[in-house]
Write a protein that binds this ligand. Sequence first.
Ligand SMILES: [Zn+2]
Length: 732
Amino acid sequence: MKRFIQHLSLCVLALSCTLNVKAQLTIVKDKKAYSRIILKEKTNVNEQAANLLQDFIKRISEATLPIATDTKARKGDILIGSGNTGNIGEDGFSLQTENDQLHIYSGGGKGAIYGVVTLLEQYLGVSYYAKDSYTLTTRPTITLPAIHRAETPAFRYRQTWSYNNDDPIYKMWFRLEEPSDLFIENMWVHTFNRILSSDVFGKKHPKYYSFINGKHRPGHNSQWCLTNPDVFDAVVYQLDSIFKVHPDMKMISVSQNDGNNTNCSCPACKAVDEYEGSPSGNIIRFLNKLAERFPDKEFSTLAYLYSMQPPKHVKPLPNVNIMLCDIDCKREVPLTDNASGQEFMKALEGWSKISNNIFVWDYGINFDNIISPFPNFHILQKNMQLFRKNHATMLFSQVNGIKGGDFSEMRAYMIAKLMWNPYQNADSLMRTFMDGYYGKAAPYLYQYQKIMQGALLASGQPLWIYDSPISHKNGMLKPALLKTYNELFDLAEREVAQDTLLLHRVQQSRLSLQYAELEIARTQTETDKTKVRELLDLFKQRTLHFGIATLNEQKNTPDKYCDLYEKRFLPQAEPNKAANAKLTWIIPPHDRYKALGETALTDCLFGGTTYVESWVGWNGTDGAFILDMGEEKDFSRIETDFLHQLGGWVLLPHSVTYSVSSDNQTFHPFGSYTFTEDRDLQVKFVSSTVQSRKNIKARYIKVEVKGIGLCPAWHYGVGYPAWFFIDEVSVY
Ligand SMILES: [Zn+2]
């Protein structure tokens, strides 16, 4: 029944879909090939389609259907190629039984391959779930019913980063594309600096680049001064030479570098932005000029962060593609149902009024903690329907393909299926996946997902793509729920205990829950540290066993995470003598962190990779404060722990100076520490440790931090105030 419902819903996109049991076609009988596969045109795509069909027919029946071209088709053959496609669009196909033959008609693009995949999936019982993971029933005879079915995908381009590397069938089966398939030299996003490199042109032509905070600032994440006519000429020159190398390709991205508010604010650019009501005004004017200059090319550009809202007056030309990103949106409900989503919807609807050529870049995982629970499965379908309704023809669902990411196989499966047809039943997709991939454990994991989804909605807590499980410790991850989830996973593991393959799939999916528990445990002083240590050991052993390479977008490894966890969060032999010291600000942190900072800097709790707890931040300023330990103490070492997280504009400061006093009047120098600049994207914890040769006696410690002020030219935030974050000062 489930399959039948799914089958019916697919017909939403189908031109026709009827079943005629009379006109059967036998293609294999008693393991002997009856049919041949005939290519109507010898193209790469048709050949791939034929090979895929031949391969799976063999896996099912042991028979090898011959593949032929330039041959007159006879009764019983399967024909692949163009013809009789009616209204079928790019990547679409039509399967038609005609005159005792099966025709797989392609609507262009990879339609022939997707026709074969549909034939295998819907009529030959092959189900593909994840990398190298599929099911089929072997049989000696294969008979096909009469088929009349046609489909066109909802989006002409469908991209996701999923757990599919080194499985060549996966990409075909899930009908996915990659930027390099379409974009010249893989230039598909953030290309300003690739086209006019600031390293090459910055020194000689600083005026090509954004005017920020009083001057033009060339940099990898600066932007262009789009009203400067010399910039247009320089860009045309560069593009012209790129196009000459790739005369057969059409699409290229000319788009802002990553980083927010780094657009040019020179008087001319500012005037256009004000008239157009959005910085996208300058971008679209510039892109339209390029589109006119090269009318046979298609130019994609970003509507992202500062340029998300459409311009009031200028309209993009048809060969300007708008890559619209919903990065700032929260994910607990569909985009129509919360404030951040509504801001994006305003942009989407605005763009859809002036363009039919929209590429939506959607986000669906916690990038700072990819392994952490991220129950957004209930919003995928509704959001995709909104994109389609508002003229999006291309879609990138960025979920990241990291093995070990929260239900990454199921996430990739559901996203790929829904990108093809967002009107099929998403819940039955989830059930189909779980039944096929987890076997008898499926009902428990389904309950786990549903309970967590309900708990997320009931908590009122937003689901954010730079979130931490700690934000949900009183919501969907509160103790009573963690207990329920673990009971469900225990039952799931017990159900498949005899099947190593299924057991490992369940255990790998459980890692996200275990990670959440570890993260929450480190923020609580009252937890049973022996139990935490056991969980940490298990997590370390399992991530190693399953080959989980990273935990987050910054590529921090599980191994290092576990070692750091032990060092930072589990009890150490040496107590911090400054524990619970009274703090007085000299140069206080940003207002947002002032209250927290009064206790957090000496509470003996260290922060994690996201700065949602424990971390106290200063923005663009220096920092200074005095700690009062309550009485004179002996010590020889002072450490202050800093966060290095470039993505969040959190950089290491310049230096730290410590001085000590017994009366809070006269301070004596203790020592200072100077940081080395670090451009590594990995999240790090860096301690400014100063050790004196002999023990010192003092009650007050003054900590003075010299910040770096503005973000440097190589950083995303070029010209804007940099943050530095401290979570703890320790005295030993
Ligand atoms: Zn400018």
